[in-house]
Each structure stands twice: as C-alpha cells, then as structure tokens.
Design a protein around this ligand. Structure first.
Ligand SMILES: Cc1ncc(COP(=O)(O)O)c(C=O)c1O
Length: 492
C-alpha cells in the first residue's frame, strides 16, 4: 500500500496513515474484509516505526472501521454509513423542555452591545470598551519557557488534579506578596480559584440564597451584577463618588434592607476608577461589625497603581475575619490563566473549599505551578513595573487627548491607577446614543447603563479603557469620540 507522507507536517505520521486508510474505507475503495498490510511490512514500506503503524491501526479499530484477528492480521470492517443528520427546519419550534428553559431566561448586561459591533462597518475600529490589559504586553514567551521547565521538573504531578486548596507553593508566594501590601495571611487561609469571578461566585453561593439582599456600589462591575441577577438576589445599591462608596449613606440602607453581604471594589473601582478613602474604609468596617454583615472585597487591580499612596486593604483593617478578600492575576498578568484567589477564615474557608470542590474539583495544577515559578523568580515584579510604566503613559495620553479633543461639557477625573476613565456627559446626552454615533466614527466604549444595578439612571456616563491601546491609537480614538459627541450635541 502506498501512503504519501508529509514528514514536515505538524500532523503526526500515525495520524496521516490513519486518515489515508480511513478515507479508503469510507469511500468504499477498501472493501469489507480486505486485509490491511501487516504491521511489520507497512512500517518497512513507509520507512516508519512499527509503533506508528500500530497506533494508526488502533485508532481505526477504536472507531470500528477495522478489526483484528489474532495471528491473522487486521481487516476492514463492514462499514454502514451513518444516516445523514436530520436538517433543522428554520423557524421550527424548540421542544417543550427547551422552551421552559427559554421562558426562565434572564437577560444579561453587556459592556459593549453586540449589535453595535455588528453594525459598525468601520474598517479600523478603536476599542476602549474592554475590561482587560493590553494582550500585546502579555509575557507569553517567558510563560511558554516556564511551562516547559515545569513539565521537565514536575512531570506527571503537574498533570494531576493537585491540592483542592491550590498549589501550596503558590499559596505561600501569594501570602508573601500580600504581606508586602500589609495583609498578613497564612497560606492555609488562601484558596486558589478559577479567576476572581469564581471566588465571588463561591462566596455569593455560600452566603446568599435566592431572594436575599446583597449590597453593591452604584455603578459597579457588570459581571457581578449579571451574576447576582442570575442567582436571584435582590440588589440594593449605594452610590459611589470621588472617594469611593458613600459610606455615610450606608447605615440607613443597612437598617432598611438588612443585606446579607456587602460587595465592594475599594481600589480603582470598576467602572469609576475611584479609590475608597482611608476614613471611609474604617467607617465601613465599623458599620459592617455593628450590623454583623460580611464584606466581599474585590481587589482586581490593586497592584496597578501609577501614583499616590495605597490605602490599607479592608482585609488588613479587619482582625475578625469579617472581610472576604478576592483578587486575580487576570489584570496584572493574563486573564487566560484563569487564576484568582480568595482569603477566608475558619468554617467559612472550609465551606468555600467544599463548594470549590463540587464546582470544578480544582484549578489547573500545571498553570498554578507555572505561575508560581514565574512569580517567585522576580519576573512578575519586573513585569508589573514595566506594565505600570507603560499604562501610566497611556493614562496620561488619554487625559491629554480628552482635554484636547472632547468638548468642555464632558467631565472626568484622572485615575491614580487601574484601567479606566469614567466620563460624564451632560445629563441631556445619552451614552447609548453616543455609542451608536461613535461606532460609525470608528471608536467604541462601554456605555454606563450596564454598570448600574437599577437600569436607566445615569445613562449619560461611560467607561473608557486607557490601557489596551498604544498612545497614538488613544489619541486617534479620542479625536473620533470628540467628533461623535459634537454630532450628538448638534442633533439635540
Ligand atoms: C472588578 C472585577 N472583578 C472581578 C473580575 C473577574 O476577573 P477574573 O475572573 O478574570 O479574575 C473582573 C473582570 O473584569 C472585574 O472587572
């Protein structure tokens, strides 16, 4: 049998042989009961290892295309072609059980409505809508090398489930990094999760039941609003100003609504970029103590500070374990790692660990080991310094462009860190209408609506990501935005 082989191809040789014979069987050119060449013979003819042929035959046998007779060889099995898949009739109704699920569906918010992207025909769209860093800066080469090193060093153990709490050396490292930020925590109180989104979800599951009240900032991270809506919680909110959550307004709300959990983003808040002031941090802890409510502190970009002095984490102000702290490597490093973590104490930690186990058994051992190797060799700190310097220049570029190109009627503050500018239009202008115009000019952003728990309030705000584009693109994007705002003003 002559089988053409491409030795330069990425497709392994056994797979090329298997595919060639498979095609022969399916097309009928190899009739049922035809004897395939003996393994030794074919390996000689093709100049490949016997194992290569054995693997190819085994793959065909696994798919019931051939069978082997002991001592006699491998034969083509009678092949019954599968009936063609019935074609879905366009517009045909879904079965009842599907319809029931559809009827319960809860709409979720999107930072950038899909229809905007679909209708924007602009060939060179500048995107300020995302909630992530610049993927061009991901340390992908370093990380590839680290993964290879780990596979050589740890072999099979890197591919097992591993410790459900997370890879122990990584938890040690995180506890050291947190100590430099004033949070003293033992590695046994750290639980590694699939991103901080999973950490938030585990905490929400543990503390709240459908119908319970959860208190959030307004505006806040839309991914958590979606989660809380889907889980059936009642969302009550407290507004955010330049110094973060308006804690002065909290006590009345606590008395009125008795929330079971307070969710807050004290550093470079998503979407407003503001930080909770020192006095408000203390006041928040005092109130949570007084009303016996746990706090979920989401520190998603605390490390990305470009100026100013960091305030202590709520977790550092809380000796009693009232604060559950979550953070992530997604924004400082790479979101595709899906590594985040939470800190909790006592029975709450044990229960969260159980939930983590039933949720996904464990977070990838290989990725955690690679991350640990990357973080400890100091490259993480170097990467953070380099990234922060670049992001700071981009923030300055966006601030300058806003000053230069946007009309005086818009208002914003320069954030000291994080990823976002939060821009306020005059209240007679809608950010949704602006987005439709801006996308035609070739720039998109995240309109305010998706960040507000109660829908339509403050539809005149929007969020600009300043880290994900280089300065020239930032300038061009803001110039286009200026044109769109003026068009919107003129149309009123
Ligand atoms: C405030 C905030 N918290 C948590 C997350 C979840 O991120 P990850 O699951 O990648 O850690 C995000 C993602 O955008 C976020 O903006």
């Amino acid at each position: 049998m002559h089988i053409p082989l491409d030795r330069g191809s990425e497709t392994p040789l056994y797979r090329q042989i298997e595919m060639f014979i498979r095609q022969g069987i399916l097309s009928g050119s190899l009739a049922p009961d035809t004897r395939l060449p003996a393994i030794r013979q074919l390996s000689r003819d093709l100049g490949v290892n016997r194992i290569t042929i054995e693997n190819a035959y085994a793959a065909l046998e696994a798919d019931n295309l051939v069978y082997s007779r002991v001592g006699s060889g491998t034969y083509v099995l009678k092949h019954e072609p599968l009936p063609p898949l019935p074609r879905a009739v366009p517009g045909a109704p879904w079965p009842l059980w599907q319809k029931e699920i559809q009827a319960r569906s809860i709409p979720i918010r999107s930072q950038l409505p899909a229809e905007i992207l679909a209708t924007s025909k602009h060939p060179d769209l500048i995107n300020f809508a995302e909630g992530i860093g610049d993927s061009q800066l991901f340390p992908s080469d370093d990380f590839r090398k680290v993964i290879q090193t780990i596979m050589r060093r740890d072999g099979i153990s890197a591919l097992e489930y591993g410790d459900r709490r997370g890879y122990s050396p990584l938890r040690d490292t995180i506890s050291h990094v947190l100590a430099t930020q004033g949070i003293q925590v033992h590695a046994d109180n750290i639980l590694i999760t699939a991103g901080s989104q999973q950490a938030i979800s585990l905490v929400a599951h543990l503390i709240l039941s459908p119908g319970d009240v959860v208190l959030v900032e307004s505006p806040t991270y839309s991914g958590v609003l979606n989660m809380f809506h889907l889980f059936g919680f009642k969302i009550v909110s407290v507004p955010v100003d330049q110094s973060g959550l308006q804690v002065e307004k909290l006590e009345n709300i606590l008395q009125l609504h008795h929330p079971k959990l307070i969710y807050t983003i004290p550093n470079f808040q998503n979407p407003t970029g503001t930080c909770l002031s020192g006095p408000r941090r203390h006041m928040l802890i005092t109130l949570a103590d007084r009303y016996n409510i746990p706090i979920l502190e989401d520190d998603f970009v605390g490390d990305l500070r470009y100026e100013g002095k960091a305030q202590p984490a709520l977790k550092a102000l809380d000796p009693g374990g009232r604060v559950l702290y979550v953070s992530t490597f997604s924004k400082m490093l790479m979101p595709g790692l899906r590594v985040g973590f939470l800190i909790a104490d006592g029975p709450v930690y044990d229960e969260l660990l159980k939930l983590k186990g039933v949720n996904d058994l464990a977070t990838s051992s290989l990725i955690q080991r690679a991350l640990e190797a990357y973080v400890t060799v100091g490259r993480y700190q170097a990467h953070l310094r380099r990234t922060s310097a670049i992001y700071r220049r981009r923030r300055d570029a966006m601030a300058q462009a806003i000053y230069h190109y946007l009309p005086a009627c818009v208002n914003t503050h320069i954030p000291y860190g994080g990823l976002f500018f939060w821009v306020q239009l005059p209240d007679y202008l809608s950010s949704e209408e602006l987005l439709a115009l801006a996308s035609k000019e070739g720039v998109v952003f995240a309109p305010g609506l998706s960040f507000f728990p109660n829908g339509f309030e403050d539809a005149c705000c929007f969020r600009l990501n300043f880290v994900s584009n280089p300065p020239e693109r930032i300038e061009e994007g803001i110039r286009r935005l200026g044109i769109a705002i003026r068009k919107l003003e003129n149309s009123q």
